[in-house]
Design a protein around this ligand. Structure first.
Ligand code: DGT
Ligand code: CA
Ligand code: CA
Ligand code: ZN
Length: 581
């Protein structure tokens, strides 16, 4: 049996244990073991067959899990799993993927209604049967219906950080094959889309075909969907993300990259332009229509140039005006000079243990310094988020005083005293003005009552913009990717008001949010807004998510000058609302 199969059985069982409300510690040990097995470079079957080896020598595998693995090897399953499979239908695992539906509710629904399919569940909600149960009502029915719809719509898509990690792992793995020259990611991942359907990799070199053989033997590869001389496709990891690897000749790498990066609409428009100019464009190159001579294809740059265009960064390739902007005489080109990760000098939305973060102010400052930043703003939650131990007025004031009293020269970066202040239902701030006035920076965010009617939500956000201490609108649409839609309001109106008041729009770089996204960034910019890109880090490792926020900004055509945290700290502070020189 493949390692991935062992991992899948453990992970599924952990899901069922969660529905059965079993001990969290045991559930975690199953999940950790599943992760370990997924990435383990040797076959677990081999380790078990070798009398000189012990499973427990693998970090993350204890005695209990080792016994489970032995049992799986003998009979393909294990006692705990059999019991749970008996108790719950296979749909239980599917139900866990429905946004907004947790294990406790699932357990109750199964116990009471004997739901066996998603269709059953959908019908129960439509027939308004859930409200017969205690603590369930119309709201939950509506939530589940929405969740099922969005599950059906989004199923098969993956967060960008997840896809990027798999692509990077495979790129390293394939680059190590002797005779492989280059491994490049194409597709939606290269364009920086927030979610990715599948990963597209291109390989060149004398051993490109051997790289395909090597790819399908990767320990995390599960089902192989196809494997020929020039292309292999397989599902990777327990999650089953599809990866397509294509072997291409070095002389047409540029053409293949261009073709497989897409987007489809960009490529259609580009092929039309090629036609008008007497060429035909495909994944092998750019050819003259008369005579078929090849004029470009080794690099993308030479293809765009032969068509009279500047090279177009992949993030812009959505047929949203980039081809027009890339045309014209060199001095008249209107493609933006896009922001780069290296332009960023600070992070303005960071949580610590003071609310729901996992690290201290000092630890976050160290991590920021390691990234080469000059400053961070600590922005813990306000009291409305009681679950997150949000700060009340007294704690806000004390926090501001503590930061003021710090010896900033002893800190590795400048630390600004901030707050992520909840915007209450009526648009007022969760913290009074007197306390807000003590802070360097206030990020205002919505975390509750997200289903308000559009007019009301617009009024609520307009009111927030009017508060003189609000400097940044945090995650402005509230969407959680593959999980929760944006709340509905008149974005143009709020963006115009924010621009008028000097309130910056956040581009939240958390890969679960990526909020604002490209179309709204462009609208906000057209209204005159300025932007701050922030990670909303709750962990030191989240600071690295800045790259995804920068990608969003690039997809929104932003330049360095549009983004305030490209400035050194004094100018950054000076550019925020109320401090403009
Ligand atoms: P995804 O995977 O849904 O996130 O989006 P993409 O853009 O990566 O789409 P994918 O993987 O189907 O195809 C990769 C690129 O290949 C796509 O952006 C455009 C390009 N392409 C151009 N023509 C065709 C075609 O006829 N078939 C396919 N499969 N791809 C094409
Ligand atoms: Ca793709
Ligand atoms: Ca593909
Ligand atoms: Zn937040």
């Amino acid at each position: 049996m493949e390692n991935l199969e062992y991992a899948r059985l453990l992970a599924e069982t952990a899901d069922l244990m969660e529905i059965a409300a079993e001990d969290g510690f045991r559930i975690r040990s199953y999940r950790n073991a599943a992760d370990t097995l997924q990435g383990y470079p040797e076959r677990i079957d081999g380790v078990m067959a070798d009398p000189a080896r012990k499973l427990t020598e693998i970090t993350g595998i204890g005695k209990g899990i080792a016994a489970v693995l032995e049992e799986i090897r003998e009979r393909g399953s294990f006692a705990r799993r059999d019991e749970l499979m008996e108790k719950y239908p296979p749909t239980a695992l599917e139900m866990l993927k429905i946004p907004g539906l947790g294990p406790k509710t699932i357990a109750a629904l199964i116990a009471h209604f004997r739901v066996t399919t998603l269709d059953d569940l959908e019908r129960l909600c439509r027939e308004q049967k859930l409200r017969e149960l205690p603590r369930m009502g119309a709201k939950l029915e509506e939530k589940i219906l929405k969740g099922i719809a969005s599950l059906r719509q989004s199923s098969g898509r993956f967060h960008i950080h997840f896809a990027a990690a798999i692509a990077e792992e495979l790129t390293g793995y394939l680059s190590a094959v002797a005779g492989v020259e280059r491994v490049e990611a194409a597709g939606s991942l290269r364009r920086g889309r927030e979610t990715v359907g599948d990963v597209d990799l291109l390989v060149t070199g004398a051993a490109a075909a051997a790289a395909l053989d090597r790819f399908v033997k990767h320990p995390r590869v599960g089902d192989v969907l196809g494997h020929g001389d020039t292309k292999a496709s397989a599902r990777v990891g327990i999650e089953g993300l599809q990866v397509d690897v294509r072997a291409v000749p070095a002389e047409s790498l540029g053409a293949a990259l261009q073709y497989f990066t897409g987007s489809k609409t960009h490529n259609v428009a580009l092929r039309q332009l090629a036609m008008q100019r007497g060429y035909t464009l495909n994944e092998y190159g750019l050819f003259r229509l008369d005579g078929g001579e090849r004029v470009a294809g080794r690099t993308e740059e030479e293809i765009y140039e032969a068509l009279g265009l500047a090279w177009i960064p992949p993030e812009l390739r959505e047929n949203q005006g980039e081809i027009e902007a890339a045309g014209g005489a060199a001095n008249a080109r209107r493609l933006p000079t896009l922001l780069e990760l290296g332009d960023i000098h600070g992070d303005a939305h960071i949580h610590t243990r003071e609310s729901d973060g996992r690290f201290s102010l000092e630890e976050m400052a160290e991590a920021a310094a390691a990234r080469g930043y000059g400053y961070i703003a600590i922005t813990d939650h306000s009291k409305a988020l009681a679950m997150a131990n949000g700060l009340d007025e007294a704690r806000v004031i004390r926090f501001a005083e503590t930061v003021r009293a710090m010896d900033q020269s002893a800190l590795p970066v400048r630390v600004l005293a901030g707050l992520e202040c909840d915007i209450r239902r009526d648009g007022r701030m969760d913290i009074d003005d007197e306390a807000l006035a003590r802070l360097d920076l206030v990020v205002a965010s919505v975390h509750s009552h997200m289903n308000m009617e559009s007019g009301e939500m617009t009024e609520r956000l307009l009111a927030a913009v009017e508060n003189p201490y609000v400097k940044i609108m945090g995650h402005p649409t509230g969407r959680v990717l593959l999980h929760r839609d944006a709340y509905v309001y008149d974005f143009e109106k709020v963006a115009a008001a924010a621009a008028g008041r000097g309130v910056a729009m956040e581009i939240n770089a958390s890969p679960e949010r990526l909020d604002l996204h490209a179309p709204l960034i462009r609208i906000a910019k057209s209204k005159g807004c300025r932007f701050v890109i922030s990670t909303d880090a709750h962990h030191v490792k989240h600071l690295a998510n800045m790259r995804f926020g920068v990608t969003m900004a690039r997809r929104g055509w932003l330049e360095k000058g549009d983004v305030l945290n490209t400035l050194p700290v004094d100018q950054f502070l000076g550019s925020l609302r109320g401090n403009e020189g």
